[in-house]
Design a protein around this ligand. Structure first.
Ligand code: M6R
Length: 614
């Protein structure tokens, strides 16, 4: 939800900010804007639409050169996505400029107060009030850091703010509450960003901030304080991926690149998990074996694709550990008064680590004395920081809005958690755990095999290019994969797509089946009692009613052939691990279909990568 960049140093601030915005654009692309500090004034340009519109405007009417600047890409919350509501917003005298991510909940009241004082606010945004409030403070004599501390104390809601003062050109000041912000540490220059991708080209040394902190960057250094002015310190860390990880590497879309990175991402997520003694080890588990043994219920909370990873985790944890698992949408969790206590483990799954619904849900869980374990891909993000334990997924940066390697590595982390619990609770023998680990270690090669058949899937995308509706069917661990396949198609191709548990079809959804309707069928491996047979019956039922069946089935499964219009072959893997391979053709299909339909695959309409508002 909105990408933010700030810079002070010796380089062209315009170049640094625009480059940072390019990498932040996945967070929102309703508008983009920049403010540069030049000759005691702010030079501002901001445009509705993608960053390209801003770049074109700057090409036509260049901004003055400057070495201090801020920038923003917007995912609109308050006010339509037009030029006027684009950030940066300025104070009345155009002395202070602000960019913002989040929602200022008491903005209406603050705005009324400013208007009563005679301020004229130009936009419909909640952000503009902060520019006026900050400017009022600096005009009264405060420096920008003190002004930020004072203003943040009256703001309610979630926000990252980054501000510049034209009269203080060597300083950029930012603040955060429940919204992401990291500092990039350079030599004679410093950076701010919603995440490290904003400045990864220039430095891999970063500083993580806590909630309710203000940070000031100058060329010489960085200082941190609380909103009350108490000095504080950020936590330095080194980013373990580089610029090439944030580039497209010859692919047309980040999404396609990320699909093809999955063998490596899955392998990396498995690295270093087995100790010398053969036992599983999870480095940042931070929960003692006794605490884990005391767990009698697990609640998994997540949103979107991460929620579907959680659904797969339920099958694995219940089967291997015999602990009851509930899986719940994080946006629903807190509002139903869930029953939790110290013996409930809450597992929060989030690629970004910043999803507001999930963050609020874990906070609620902790007030109920439950332990929270985060499964997350983003080092330094809020959800793992506020959790008791974490399993990082090591997928590398995921830039495409549609989650791909984020999902498969979340699955790996879920399997690892399940196996670790089984080890600690003794519900599986060590050799069984070692056998499943060995099977997991074969998965990168299995994913590679599926990827080698990408052209078959692309041909299907061409064949079904004009279809306006798709159904996805699965059973058991294939059911969440069906839901994920449908979500991918909705978000990328903007088509009607629904995922169902195949057994549920006859209870209503079968009425949707019409002549020629494409139905993806995720066929379970044959080794599992009854599951395969039941799936075959479901496929026959839809085919008998005119559906075109696109079956994902394992090598050697000949029984599927009479009922399949197309078969995409999957390598043989155990039933519980099949989601790791069966999701791949579905990712390829939606990426390719959306491309052929002329959509922007990396930045689908109305979406943002990281949803930091509830
Ligand atoms: O960062 P998170 O995993 O918490 O994000 C959750 C969802 O917003 C995310 O998975 C979303 O559904 C993706 N766009 C799906 O591709």
């Amino acid at each position: 939800m909105c990408g933010i960049v700030g810079y002070v140093g010796n380089r062209s601030a315009q170049d640094v900010v625009i480059e940072g915005l390019r990498r932040m654009e996945y967070r929102g692309y309703d508008s983009a804007g920049i403010a540069l500090v030049h000759a005691d004034a702010l030079a501002v340009d901001k445009r509705a639409g993608k960053l390209a519109n801003l770049e074109k405007a700057i090409d036509e009417t260049p901004l003055p050169s400057a070495t201090t600047g801020i920038g923003h890409t917007r995912w609109a919350t308050h006010g339509a996505p037009n030029d006027r509501n684009a950030h940066p917003h300025l104070g009345e005298q155009r002395r202070v400029g602000v960019v913002h991510n989040g929602i200022i909940e008491n903005f209406a009241e603050l705005r009324a107060g400013l208007e009563a004082e005679g301020h004229d606010l130009l936009s419909e945004t909640d952000t503009e009030v902060t520019a006026h409030l900050l400017e009022r403070e600096v005009l009264a004599g405060a420096d920008l850091t003190t002004a930020m501390q004072n203003v943040c104390r009256v703001l309610e809601g979630a926000f990252t703010l980054v501000a510049v003062d034209a009269a203080d050109p060597e300083r950029v000041v930012a603040a955060r509450r429940n919204s992401p912000l990291v500092v990039g540490l350079g030599e004679g220059e410093n950076f701010l960003g919603s995440d490290v991708a904003a400045f990864i080209e220039f430095t891999r040394d970063a500083l993580e901030l806590d909630q309710d902190q203000v940070v000031t960057i100058t060329r010489e250094g960085v200082s941190v304080s609380g909103f009350d002015g108490t000095p504080a310190e950020g936590r330095p860390y080194h980013v373990d991926w580089d610029l090439s990880a944030a580039e497209k590497d010859g692919h047309d879309w980040f999404m396609r690149k990320e699909i093809f990175e999955q063998p490596r991402a899955v392998a990396d997520s498995l690295l270093g998990r087995r100790g010398r003694n053969g036992l599983l080890q999870l480095d940042e588990m931070r929960l003692s074996d006794q605490e884990l043994r005391d767990i009698d219920k697990i609640i998994i909370i997540a949103a979107g694709t991460s929620f579907y990873a959680g659904m797969v985790a339920k099958y694995a944890i219940e089967h291997w550990c015999r602990i009851p698992v509930e899986v719940e949408l994080s946006s629903e969790f807190r509002y139903r008064d869930p029953i939790l206590d110290y013996s409930t483990l809450v597992v929060a799954i989030s690629q970004s680590g910043e999803t507001a619904d999930t963050l609020q849900a874990i906070r609620h869980a902790r007030t109920q004395r439950s332990k929270v374990l985060a499964i997350c891909n983003t080092n330094g993000s809020t959800i793992p920081r506020e959790s008791d334990a974490v399993i990082y997924t090591h997928a590398g940066p995921e830039i495409g809005v549609a989650s791909t390697k984020g999902y498969t590595t979340q699955l790996v982390a879920c399997y690892l958690l399940a196996l670790y619990l089984a080890q600690v609770k003794g519900t599986r023998y060590g050799d069984e755990i070692a056998q499943i680990m060995a099977q997991l270690e074969q998965i990168p090669a299995a994913i590679t095999e599926v990827l080698e058949r990408a052209d078959e899937v692309y041909a299907l995308a061409e064949e079904y290019r004009t279809s306006s509706s798709f159904i996805f069917l699965g059973r058991h661990a294939g059911f969440p994969v069906a839901l994920e396949g449908a979500l991918k198609l909705k978000e990328l191709a903007y088509l009607h797509a629904e995922g169902f548990a195949a057994g549920e079809l006859k209870h209503g959804p079968i009425a949707l089946i019409d002549d020629g309707l494409p139905v993806f069928c995720i066929v379970p491996p044959q080794g599992r009692d009854q599951l395969h047979d039941k799936m075959l019956s479901g496929i026959q039922e839809v085919r008998a009613r005119g559906a075109r069946t696109l079956c994902l089935a394992e090598e050697g499964d000949a029984r599927i052939e009479p009922y399949a219009d197309h078969v995409v072959r999957l390598p043989r893997v155990p039933v519980l691990l099949q989601p790791l391979v069966s999701v791949i053709p579905l990712q390829l299909f939606s990426c390719e279909l959306a491309t052929r339909l002329g959509h922007d695959v990396d930045q689908p309409r109305n979406l943002a990568k990281s949803v930091t508002v509830e």
